[in-house]
Ligand binder design. Structure first.
Ligand code: KIV
Ligand code: NA
Length: 265
C-alpha cells in the first residue's frame, strides 16, 4: 500500500476526492479499518466514552491516549493515524502543549495530533507545528468544552459564532494545520468554510459540502444503540447481532452443546 500522508489529504481535496475517516482505539479494530481502505484513523478522545464509559471526554489522560494510539499504530499499513490531545494536556500553555504532542509522537508512533479550539490555542498550535508535528484542528462542537456549552446541540447557528468559526478556520489554515474537523454545525456554514480553505475540512454532522466525513466506528457499527443523533448512519446493527451471539453461546454452554466432538482435543 501507498501510505496516506498529510500531503496526500491536501492533494485529495485539490483533486475533488473525498476523504474517509473513522475512529479506532485498539489494534484489532484498527487492522480492519486500515485494511478496508479508510484514509484516516482517528484515535479520538471519544475513547473516554466508548472504551471507558465516562459521560464526557474530559477524564481520559495523555497516558491512556498513548496506550490506545500505540495499539492502533501497530496495526496499520496505509491509513494516516491522528491522535487527539486530551483535555488538560495542552490548554495551560504552549510549552505544555508541545511536551504533550511530543509524547504522543514518540511513545505511540502516531502521525499527527488533533486539538480542539481556535484563536485561544493559536500559540500552542504554532509551537507544535514548529516542532514538525502535523496538527488537525477541530471547531464547532468541541466536546472538551461541554461544560461551557452546556449541551451537545448544533453550534454556530447564529451569525457571531458562525463568523468566529470562519475566522478560526482561516487562522488554522494560515498557521499550517493540514486539515480541520467541523463537528455539528449547519451544512451551509460547513460548505462555505470548506470552499474558503485549501486544506480539507472533515465533517461530522456538518453535511455533504465538506471534503470528507468522520464517524465514531462503534456508532456506525450499531454497537452504541442508545446514541441516536440525526447525523449518524448505522451500517450494521452489531448491538443486536452481538447480543444474539452471546445469548446463543450461553445457551450452548448450559446445554453442553458447546464444545462438541470436533471442538476438543
Ligand atoms: O474523539 C472523536 O471521536 C472525535 C471525532 C468525533 C471527530 O473527535
Ligand atoms: Na475528540
Amino acid at each position: 500500500y501507498k501510505r496516506i500522508t498529510v500531503k496526500s489529504l491536501v492533494e485529495m481535496k485539490a483533486n475533488n476526492e473525498k476523504i474517509s475517516m473513522l475512529t479506532a482505539y485498539d489494534y484489532t479494530m484498527a487492522r480492519i479499518v486500515d485494511a478496508a481502505g479508510i484514509d484516516v484513523i482517528l484515535v479520538g478522545d471519544s475513547a473516554s466514552n466508548v472504551m471507558a464509559g465516562h459521560e464526557t471526554t474530559l477524564p481520559i489522560t495523555l497516558d491512556q491516549m498513548i496506550y490506545h494510539a500505540s495499539g492502533v499504530v501497530r496495526a496499520i499499513q496505509r491509513s494516516l493515524v491522528v491522535v487527539d490531545l486530551p483535555f488538560g494536556s495542552y490548554q495551560s500553555d504552549p510549552k505544555e502543549a508541545l511536551r504533550s504532542a511530543i509524547r504522543i509522537m514518540k511513545e505511540s508512533g502516531g502521525h499527527a495530533v488533533k486539538m480542539e479550539g481556535g484563536k485561544e490555542i493559536k500559540e500552542s498550535i504554532k509551537r507544535i507545528l514548529h516542532a514538525g508535528i502535523p496538527v488537525m484542528g477541530h471547531l464547532g462542537l468541541t466536546p472538551q468544552s461541554i461544560y461551557k456549552f452546556g449541551t451537545y446541540t448544533v453550534r454556530a447557528k447564529e451569525e457571531t459564532e458562525a463568523q468566529q468559526l470562519k475566522d478560526d478556520a482561516k487562522m488554522l489554515e494560515k498557521c499550517g494545520c493540514f486539515a480541520v474537523v467541523l463537528e455539528k454545525v449547519p451544512a451551509k456554514l460547513a460548505k462555505e468554510v470548506a470552499e474558503s480553505l485549501t486544506i480539507p475540512v472533515i465533517g461530522i454532522g456538518a453535511g455533504s459540502g465538506v471534503d470528507g466525513q468522520v464517524l465514531v466506528t462503534h456508532d456506525m457499527l450499531g454497537m452504541t444503540h442508545e446514541f441516536n443523533p440525526r447525523f449518524l448512519r448505522r451500517y450494521l446493527d452489531l448491538h443486536t447481532q452481538m447480543t444474539e451471539a452471546f445469548k446463543q453461546y450461553s445457551a450452548d454452554v448450559k446445554a453442553v452443546d458447546f464444545p462438541n466432538e470436533e471442538e476438543q482435543y
